[in-house]
Design a protein around this ligand. Sequence first.
Ligand code: 5BU
Length: 469
Amino acid sequence: MSAELIAQLHQRGVFKLGEYVLKSGQKSPIYIDLRELITSIKILRMAALALCDIIKKNNVQYDYIVGVPYAALPIATLVCDILDAPMLLRRKEAKSYGTKKLIEGKFEAGKRALIVEDVVTSGQSIYETVEILRKEGLVCTDVVSVLDRQQGGVDQLKKQDINLISVITMSDILDYMISINEITAQRKTEIIDQLATPFIATGAENGIPTDWRIQSRYETTQNALNRRIMEIILKKETNLCLAADYTSTEEILKIADLAGPHICALKLHADIIKDFSPSFVKTLATLAESNDFVVFEDRKFADTGKTMELQISEGAHTISSWAQMVTVHSTPGAASIKPFKQFVGKEGSKLLGCLLIAELSTEGTLTKDDNYKKGTVKMAQDNKDVVAGFICQKRVASDPTFLYWTPGVNLDASTDGSGQQWRTIHQAIVEEKNDVIIVGRAITGHADPVAQLKRYKEAGMEALVARDN
Ligand code: 5BU
């Protein structure tokens, strides 16, 4: 059954050879995205049947079946259907209303829960699920997965008394690729060796300290903007940046006043404001000072050095006279950074630093390209005095001296229908390892923005603490 599954997956182009960076930041010579499974119910069923097969063959005992969220949920559902077994659902975030339960479904403490996973790398996601189930009193000792990438998952889980059985292993896939002359036996050995090399997801590769806690980073940062932001995060316990995308100064000042206690930064698009004026930025600066937040202009500079120099200091907005931070595209190359350096510490300029845009949140963005991101990171690394960090979707560098800011966050919706892609705070912070969440319409478009500000502030900080402890 597993041989047929491998052949079917291969036919669909699920195995991709190349140079990939996994969620953990680890490099991988092969990428296998089993999420493509769900677009073919036939293959999904085949995988589910194979899972049922190993459950029976190995006489795995269970009272309930639980999928590791989210990718394994459809397959866990099919497994339950085939075995006629009761399913429980693990939530990634507790609901903010009602029962706040982390496990949905009826269960009795002391009974056995069997975990279903699609792909196992280090076993970390499985362990997170097991921990939650165990906290609820369920007995959790067995996991079945479709694919084991052979990256130490089995051993890591063993240490936690969890037994993992998989339908297919990376070796099986590579053997299949050898059999159809896609790779050589030598290449297989190289790939298996590379995957088995222990990985520390931290920056140790660059000899950089590996502590990601804001407190430690605050103590060592050399960058003026990061010092300011981290100081606020620690003092006000908020990693929330509000995107105040209103077109009138009245609305912006109103939300700035309400948001003040809950945010570390207020982000503007000055060019969408109808009645922008020097008195507006003056009032905003007073609010920022009394509430302790940073004023951020999301200008996304991308031009010749000279033009950007004029754009930041002249024209209707004279951005450097009021914004403490701005966004800059890396596309112009070295010109991206130079003009901004001279404004940090310059008389009459409020600029403390900038963020480079490594990856946009929009559907179909061309910034997904790995070389683009690498080039952006290199540019930042060479200019740490002015570049404080990145706008990204996943932490783009293993370097804790930068801060990673991420837009595309909404707890109640996944898209605005105009190309914006939203995901949850847990995903943005815990899974994708960003530091600051940039949230707009989830707050500004809500009937009760203050309640939302509190909700996003609390969830943002909770995720940050959970990620680093
Ligand atoms: P939203 O309402 O939460 O979608 O607002 C997100 C804000 O972040 C908005 O001001 C965008 O212009 C900004 N943004 C973004 O959404 N995605 C990006 O990749 C970048 C900026 Br860069």
